[in-house]
Every structure is written in C-alpha cells, then in structure tokens.
Design a protein around this ligand. Structure first.
Ligand code: ATP
Ligand code: MG
Length: 571
C-alpha cells in the first residue's frame, strides 16, 4: 500500500459536517494505521442496490478518495441460498455508474478457509464450542434484554470433542440445523450479541462461488470483521443497527490478535414515499407490481438511472446530507432538488409537445420553412445554439389554449397575442371543433416583424409558449411518472395489509404520440434533456430509431427550493 499524504480539503469542497471524516483525520494525525485509509463496500449480492446504498458507497469510496485511500468491493456472500450472479454484475455496474472504482475485488467466500482456521484456533483457545441446541432452543436460552441468558448444556464440552465435532460438521456428517459453532463469551452480558453468538451453521447448499465445497457457513458477525482484518480495512463503515455488534466485532479481533479494523456506524438513509429494503423491492418485482428492478419508479440505482437521475446529483446529495448517529427520514423533495439542480446545469433544452393541438398560421406561406435559432442551455453559454424548423402548421400543447380563458390565464385564447418561443408573436383568429365539440385546430396570424420573439414597437405579450413544426416533428412515446407510493411512510398500513396496499395506482401514465423537435430523432439512450416548460426527460432503453421513448425524470417545479426559501424567509 502506498504511503499517503493527507492534504487539507480545499475550501471549495466544504461539505456538511461528517464525523467519519473527522475520525479519519485524527487517525492520520496519530498515525494509527501508518497513514493509511482503507475502506470497503460490502454488499450482500441478494438484490439490486438502492439509493440507500448510494450513501454507503459515497462514504466508503468518497471518503477514502478524499484522503488518497483505497476501497475494496467485497461481496458479502455468506448466505448461499439467496445470492445470485445476476446481482453481482448489476452491483458492479451501479458502482461504476456512480463514478467510483474499487481497488481490490473480493468475496467473503474467498476467506472461508482462513475463517475456518481461525474458528479452530478459537476452539483450541477454549473460546468456541459446538452446540447441539436447535435454533429455537438457542433463542430461548439467550434470554432477553431484561432476562439473563442460560448456558447451553454443551457449553463445557472438552476442546478435543469440539474439534472433532466441528471437523465432522464440515465433513457433512450432520443435517442442517443440528449443530452450530458458538463463541464462548458471556451468557449474562447485557449485550445480547455477546451471549455466545453463533459463528457457524450447517447448511447443505450450493454456493454460487464455492459450489459444494462447504456445508457449514460463517455468520455475518464472524465473517465480516475477520474479512475486514484480512484486507487491512482501517475504517469499516456500516449502518447504525450494527452499533450493538461492535463489541463482538472487537472481541473476535482481540481474541485472534489480528489487524485491528475499526467499525464506525452511521445513520441509514430513509426517504419519504420510498422503500429502501432489498427484500421489499424484490417483492414488487417478483409480484409484477413494477416492470422490473430497473423500472424508473424504483429507488434502485438501475431504476433511477433509467429514470434519468444524473450520478453527479446523487453524489452532491450524499455530500450535502452528511452523516449522523441518529436515524431519520429525509424528504424525497430534497433528493429531487439535487436532481433538478444538476439537470438545470447540464441538460440541453429542446421543444416537445406532449398533448398536441394543431395551430395554423393562416398568413404564413403554404410551403414556407424557416430555421429558428434556439438556445441550447441558458445556464451554459458554451452549449451554443441550434436551428429549429418553423412552418405554417405547428403543434402546441392543448393546455396552452382556452376558448374561454379563466382569470389569470395568459396563454393563447381567441383574440389574444402570445409569443411562440424563438419565433414570432401570433394572434388567435379562430378555432375548429370536431363533431364532439372538441377543439382540433386553432387559427392564428403572425406578425413578421416580431421574428426572434421581439416586437420592434416594444409591445409586450404576457406569455411565451413552445411549439413544434407539424411536418418536421417526430413522434415519441413519453412515460410520465408519479410517486410509487401514496403514503409518506409506505410501511404505514391498516391491520392485515402490507406496503403493497399503499402503491399509487397512477404512478405511470403513457402519452402517445407526443411530438418532439426533429433534433431528437437520433437522441441516444440515456441522454437527458429539458423539454422547455415541461420538465426533465431522458431517452429510455426501449427507444429505437423511429420509435422514440422518453421518461419524464421530474417536472420543473421544485417544491424543495420553495420550502427552503420560505424557511429562510421565516427565520
Ligand atoms: P437491505 O436491507 O436493503 O437489504 P442491507 O443493509 O442488508 O440493505 P447490504 O447489501 O448488506 O444491504 O448493504 C451494503 C452496505 O450498504 C452496508 O454497509 C449497509 O449498511 C449499507 N446500506 C444499506 N442500506 C442503506 C441505507 N438505507 N442507508 C445507508 N447505507 C445503507
Ligand atoms: Mg442485508
């Protein structure tokens, strides 16, 4: 491992307080680990990563990066029955997508031999024993927070017998669940995790990497800390529910005299209207309640990627939320604020009409076409301009026209003049209805002197609307998403029901055909745009030449910015 120079963070990278960074700084100052920062990200490959994991990834990779440290990706594959290779590949892809690179790629199963050796060592030291109690009995003997535990009748087995039985457990001589190996610690400890925790269980199951080599598998608590020590992990970050496991983590390290990794707990990310649990997300997928793990309504990293969330925005969000020692729930709007902020900065603007209404400019030449100059991104002057074709027949949004306008409706209506973005002022002179009385066409005249959107006589209009040229526009399918759940806490349910009863039946609406400007005809999958006045959209992987499909990432309205502003005003 290379020596490391700890550089002070530049002021521009000032982030919200982060006690883990403070611990790293102090460990570097005291040279606790020889100037090294080595972290690991340890997903269990039993599902797809979600936004909560993005926070853990940001901390594991991001903090190590800040100190020139290293991060391993370690698959915590100690549970053979739930793990699949499909998940392994997707986890790697999502980490890369977030912008991080692992140094070593390991599996807890790489260490099964070493873990077994160390278990023998603990048995020899009289610190571990083979127990014949069943899982239920072990639970019963463990006691509770108020009742002390009872010692297993097998606790005092002689070392030789333990060694023999453990060897035979490994050799496959006993059925599932018949015996365990337990650490011999303290059945009266106030910390339940120290009441002789199980280290190994018998499980005759094929493992996705080790095949049938093993029929005993280490438990998380035994495997995790020792894997950390093997890899020389200096700062092993995990979520708060492991705080009570830390004494056990340290106990194994002390008994075995191995590398003193330190476990540091931080708060789990929770978001309103969002479930962050692989197990529950798996149910949505397996019961067909969403279209798959990468459904754009899912909080999985593959889902939000498909939805169009930029990875930079996720990193900025994680930097802003920091870490604490108490669990809480953040507003989904706060995450969305960071998405919008990034997209506002990077997304090219284009014009698209979701629910088209024909607009005919009656005084415009029949076959006239002009190329109007449109600004690609007002936030980024370097993004330049493009040409958008304009002609006699356009599409505008149905919403942008009212035959009988209510008060404060400033868009197009009979007799009113409005601006067509980047083009001309037009005045509505008439409309056409079908047999059902629906408006199917609006007629206007245009003022040729207002080309570019300014009147030389200085007259003003109250609104500017977007449009596409009917003959040039390209058809597209647009998928509009709303929140997947109707409750801020999707787990808050009536008796006898579960979170699926809180699914929002209107979380997906499909609009077809929308009309988009021709520059989008060749838009690449995943490219992100702002459809002017409508929101942020990205090209879905279902898209193909001649069959464009867009996802709405988010509408433009930013409630979080409003909340922040009104909070600031109230202060
Ligand atoms: P889930 O309950 O969704 O299965 P998990 O904690 O079991 O999550 P792991 O694959 O074991 O998932 O997690 C890998 C890492 O990600 C762990 O360090 C874990 O603490 C962290 N992590 C998981 N969920 C969150 C979350 N919501 N917020 C922050 N970190 C998380
Ligand atoms: Mg887990």
């Amino acid at each position: 491992m290379e020596p490391l120079n700890c550089q002070p963070l530049p002021a521009s990278s000032a982030r919200s307080s982060n006690f883990i960074r403070d611990i790293m700084v102090s460990d570097l100052d005291s040279n606790k680990y020889g100037g090294r920062v080595q972290t690991r990200f340890p997903p269990e490959p039993n599902g797809y990563l979600h936004i909560g994991h993005a926070k853990a990834i940001y901390l594991d990779f991001g903090l190590a990066d800040q100190f020139g440290g290293h991060t391993n990706l370690r698959f915590d594959d100690t549970n053979p029955t739930k793990e699949e290779t499909e998940y392994v590949e997707s986890i790697k892809e999502s980490i890369r997508w977030l912008g991080y690179h692992w140094d070593g790629l390991y599996h807890a199963s790489d260490y099964f031999d070493q873990l077994y050796e160390w278990a023998i060592k603990l048995i020899r030291m009289g610190k571990a024993y083979v127990d014949d109690l069943s899982a239920d009995q072990i639970r019963e003997y463990r006691g509770t927070l108020t009742a002390p535990g009872r010692e297993s009748p097998y606790r005092q087995r002689p070392i030789g017998e333990n060694l023999n039985l453990f060897e035979r457990m490994r050799a496959g001589q006993f059925p599932n669940g018949s015996r365990t190996l337990r650490a011999k610690i303290d059945m009266s400890s106030p910390n339940l995790n120290l009441r002789d925790p199980v280290m190994y269980r018998i499980l005759h199951a094929e493992h996705h990497r080790t095949g049938n080599k093993w029929c005993i598998y280490p438990m998380y608590d035994y495997a995790h800390g020792q894997s950390d020590a093997i890899e020389g992990i200096t700062h092993s970050m995990c979520t708060l529910e492991f705080e009570d496991h830390r004494p056990l983590y340290n106990w194994f390290i002390e008994q075995l005299g191995i590398f003193p990794s330190q476990q540091i707990e931080f708060d789990r990310l929770n978001l309103t209207y969002t479930l962050l649990s692989k197990r529950k997300l798996l149910r949505l997928v397996s019961e067909g309640l969403v279209r798959g793990w990468d459904d754009p309504r899912m909080p999985t990293l593959v889902g939000i990627r498909r939805r169009g969330f930029p990875p930079e925005a996720l990193r900025n969000f994680c930097a802003a939320i920091g870490v604490t020692k108490t669990n809480g729930t953040l507003e989904l709007e706060m995450l969305e604020h960071f998405i919008r902020e990034q997209l506002n900065h990077e997304a090219p603007r284009v014009m698209a009409v979701l629910r088209p209404l024909r607009l005919i400019i009656v005084n415009y030449p029949e076959d006239g076409v002009e190329q109007m100059e449109a600004i690609n991104n007002p936030e980024d002057p370097g993004a330049g301009t493009r040409k958008v074709p304009f002609s006699r027949v356009l599409y505008i949004e149905q919403e942008d026209f009212r035959e009988h306008p209510p008060k404060q409706y400033y868009r197009l209506c009979p007799g009113r003049e409005v601006r067509l973005r980047y083009a001309y002022f037009v005045t509505c002179t008439g409309l056409v209805k079908n047999d059902r009385g629906e408006i199917i066409e609006v007629h206007c005249t245009y003022d040729p002197k207002t080309r570019g959107g300014q009147a030389p006589d200085g007259r003003k209009v109250k609104s500017t609307i977007h449009w596409v040229s009917a003959t040039h526009a390209v058809d597209a399918e647009v998928r509009l998403y709303e929140k997947l759940f109707t409750k801020t806490d999707p787990d808050e349910v009536e008796e006898g029901k579960d979170f699926t009863s809180n699914l929002n039946p209107n979380s997906l609406a499909i609009v077809r055909p929308a009309k988009v400007e021709p520059s989008l005809a060749t838009a690449a999958v995943e490219s992100r745009y702002q459809f002017e006045r409508l929101g942020y959209f990205c090209v879905d992987p279902d898209s193909a030449p001649g069959n464009l499909v867009f996802n709405r990432t988010l509408a433009l309205k930013d409630t979080w910015a409003r909340i922040e502003k009104s909070d600031a005003a109230g202060r």
